[in-house]
Design a protein around this ligand. Structure first.
Ligand SMILES: NCC(=O)CCC(=O)O
Length: 332
């Protein structure tokens, strides 16, 4: 709907409704709430460990006991969902990526602990082979190629192990073709009809993922780049085709990733499909804002302002490393 054009001055004075905070709140078109946020968390082995990540000020790799403590605090502050990313030990990164579907891997143990102790918090997982792959790719590598169909079979095994552990939301982030359909069929057949899929549908081949690769220990390992499977940042229509395809194959929700440089895609997805739409405010976006806040170059207000931008662009929710801090700021 186009905005109504205002009457000529002085009949219309747009500042009237900006005069007090009560008036401004009354006519606010969008709002961020803690319940809109999914908190991505890096987990690692050990006890009582909170290991800082240099390129992400304020973000730590957490051992599972610390994960429980921090997740409980975040949940108490109103964050409704958490998404797990493992830092896998070097000896468990192999060419066959078998650790990815080990029922006892770090992620699956974390899911069980979270669901036992914080049953009301939704637990989301990541489905891709990169944390377990010797070469940092999301799929199996044969010669120069990241092979599709054999990778999809492995992703299905990974998804089933996560369902067994109690995951609420599966997050296929690999960008292989046909993975949503394959995962949906297998998960249904195995009796996990209730498990939702939040597809990383429009995932762009972005340089904004740099700090994440430090966080999961993949930076030095990645051989080449991910341009043969992630979307070219130049392409809007291709991103919409990816979303349409994933919805047809059984995704319940879709994601645009990265977030801030791709708000046009968020808006297009919401307008075109009207489905639950999420954006991932990725590690590089976080690093820019958190780094500038840390140095005093920007005020902390940019955190909520950036999240509000996603809501204005049509997103229902946001994956953000700011989730616990934002939830606390929203409480005032
Ligand atoms: N599959 C998860 C990611 O690639 C995360 C990106 C980021 O935060 O940079």
């Amino acid at each position: 709907m186009p905005p109504h054009s205002p009457a000529p001055f002085p009949a219309a004075r747009l500042r009237r409704l900006r005069r007090t905070s009560a008036l401004r709140d009354l006519v606010a078109e969008n709002a961020v709430s803690a319940a809109d946020l999914i908190w991505p968390v890096f987990i690692r082995e050990g006890e009582s460990v909170e290991e800082p990540i240099g390129s992400m000020p304020g973000v730590n790799r957490l051992s599972l006991d610390m994960l429980m403590r921090r997740a409980t605090e975040a949940h108490e502050a109103g964050v409704g969902a958490i998404c797990l990313f493992p830092y896998t030990a070097a000896e468990l990164r192999t060419e066959d990526c078998a650790e990815a579907w080990n029922p006892e891997n770090l992620t699956n143990r974390a899911i069980r602990m979270l669901k036992a102790e914080l049953p009301d918090m939704a637990v989301m997982t990541d489905i891709a082979l990169d944390p377990y792959n010797i070469n940092g790719h999301d799929g199996f590598v044969e010669g120069e190629e990241i092979v599709n169909d054999r990778t999809v079979e492995a992703l299905v095994r990974m998804a089933l192990a996560q369902c067994e552990a109690g995951a609420d939301i599966l997050g296929p982030s690999d960008m292989m073709d046909g993975r949503i359909g394959a995962i949906r069929r297998s998960v249904e057949k195995a009796g996990f009809q209730h498990v939702a899929i939040l597809s990383y549908a429009a995932k762009f081949a972005s340089a904004f993922y740099g700090p994440f690769r430090d966080a999961v220990g993949a930076s030095g390992r990645l051989v080449g780049d991910k341009k043969t499977y992630q979307v070219n940042p130049a392409n809007r229509l291709e991103a919409l085709r990816c979303v349409a395809r994933d919805l047809d194959e059984g995704a319940d929700m879709v994601m645009v990733k990265p977030g801030l440089p791709y708000l046009d895609i968020c808006r297009a997805v919401k307008d075109e499909f009207g489905v639950p739409t999420f954006a991932y405010q990725v590690s590089g976006e976080y690093a820019m804002l958190a780094g500038a806040i840390e140095r005093g170059w920007l005020s902390e207000a940019v955190m909520l302002e950036s999240l509000l931008g996603f809501k204005r662009a049509g997103c229902d929710g946001v994956l953000t490393y700011f989730a616990p801090a934002a939830a606390k700021a929203l409480r005032g």
